[in-house]
Write a protein that binds this ligand. Structure first.
Ligand SMILES: [Zn+2]
Length: 296
């Protein structure tokens, strides 16, 4: 008895150590292999790559034309969808219809700076807004956006772009990325307000635009120049060298954002000046001189 007790104790201690080691290994296994394929192969998720970012690179703004109940019905149906709907109520409500990690179907055959089919790489916001009404001569009269709605939109945009690190220059209107048949959010959308609040890039400097406008009034660039500059800014426009329908649609959307007082789609000196500043934002003001090196 005297010699057997230590042996039993040793055996019990060995068994306990073995059990402890096995459970630790099992526990470690549970940490490093968190899932298994349907074929039984484990997937180890213990490592994370530094080289990754959000799939959302663009934020696209729309207006619905339809009222809130109709918009929600359409946007929860099988054909089109969007991540967020901003209501026109007071105070506004925000509906999230599609999780930000999922693709929503809102931007169609869109393109910007060589990126195409932006549904896969964008977050969409539909603003409940009628767009326009028809005047006595059947002309479109675009309606203003309520301030309360814009005050709700700005923080929502800020939150989304912060979460996904979306660049300010990639906050765009539907018409800008699909100019051939869209023009929302239209010429009354307060793009300058978004710029002034630091959400989108700084608004083109008025003094610089004024100087350049005077220069371009004396010598209006040709269609190729405008097409090149519009494409450089980001619009999908063909360089045909003639002011055709597609150029007009792109210019109309450009004007709706940057020069909403006249969005007829024709090139003019003010648009040349705006495009000059937007595509060459670091260019020094001309100081009244018409330098051949400063303008191209
Ligand atoms: Zn739209």
């Amino acid at each position: 008895m005297k010699s057997r007790a230590p042996q039993l104790f040793e055996a019990a201690a060995r068994a306990w150590r073995t059990l402890l080691a096995a459970s630790l290994l099992a526990g470690l296994g549970a940490c490093t292999t968190q899932s298994v394929t349907s074929g039984g192969t484990p997937i180890d998720t213990s490592l994370t790559a530094q080289g990754q970012d959000s799939r959302a690179m663009f934020l696209i703004l729309h207006y619905t034309v339809a009222n809130l109940p109709q918009s929600l019905k359409i946007l929860t149906g099988p054909r089109v969808s969007v991540h967020y709907v901003l209501s026109d109520e007071t105070p506004p409500r925000i509906f999230r219809l599609v999780d930000e990690s999922q693709r929503a179907w809102h931007s169609g055959a869109s393109a910007w700076k060589g990126h195409r089919l932006l549904n896969a790489s964008s977050i969409g916001i539909e603003i409940v807004h009628p767009g326009f009404k028809l005047g006595p001569d059947k002309q479109r009269i675009y309606l203003p956006f309520p301030q309360t709605q814009m005050d709700a939109l700005v923080p929502l945009v800020r939150d989304i772009v912060a979460r996904h690190q979306i660049k300010p220059e990639r906050i765009l209107g539907h018409g800008e990325v699909t100019p051939s048949y869209k023009e929302d959010p239209g010429p009354t959308f307060p793009w300058k307000l978004l710029a002034d609040r630091g959400v989108t890039p700084p608004w083109p400097d008025a003094t610089q635009v004024g100087l350049l406008k005077a220069y371009y009034e004396a010598q209006l660039p040709d269609a190729t120049w405008f097409q090149e500059r519009l494409a450089q800014h980001g619009y999908a426009v063909e360089r045909t060298g003639t002011w055709d329908k597609q150029s007009e649609r792109v210019m109309m959307n450009f004007q709706m954002r940057y020069r909403p007082a006249d969005y007829g789609g024709q090139p003019d000196a003010e648009c040349a000046a705006l495009l000059h500043v937007l595509t060459k934002p670091t260019a020094a003001p001309l100081n009244g001189r018409t330098s051949s090196t400063g303008l191209y």
